[in-house]
Design a protein around this ligand. Sequence first.
Ligand code: FES
Ligand code: FES
Length: 160
Amino acid sequence: MRNEAWITVNCSINGAPFRFTASPATPLAELLRGQGLLSVKQGCNVGECGACTVLVDGVAIDSCLYLAAWVEGKAIRTVEGESIGGQLSAVQHAYTRSGAVQCGFCTPGLIMATTALLAKPHTQPFTVLEIRQGLAGNLCRCTGYQMIVETVQACDRPQE
Ligand code: FES
Ligand code: FES
């Protein structure tokens, strides 16, 4: 067996500093699941389904295709870090109140993709087309997407 040079990486996961040593070929999804962050689903493992979506420096990425070696100095966020002090984030809360969660396999990835979408600068609420395009990398086999779109719209309304 070939001897691989392992690498040591410093990053943060859900706000806490994290240092790890791994093979350069380790996918980020595998690393995160190995840390008990089981919201990171491994669906297709080829960048098709979005179930493994996490944020790296605020950008939604498919962690099955993203190497753990690339997170040096970066901030990783998963669904586990979105609720603070037992309080769900606004996006999590909206998903749980709507019919946008059925089997739930796609939900963590969709919540992270929605969080990244809503953080993009925009002066008017996103249109249905923009929401559908923004979440196009996240597949859901259960809901038919309409309730997901409505959930994102509910989060995107100006707060009074
Ligand atoms: S598991 Fe990563 S995109 Fe499907
Ligand atoms: S709720 Fe089942 S795949 Fe989306």
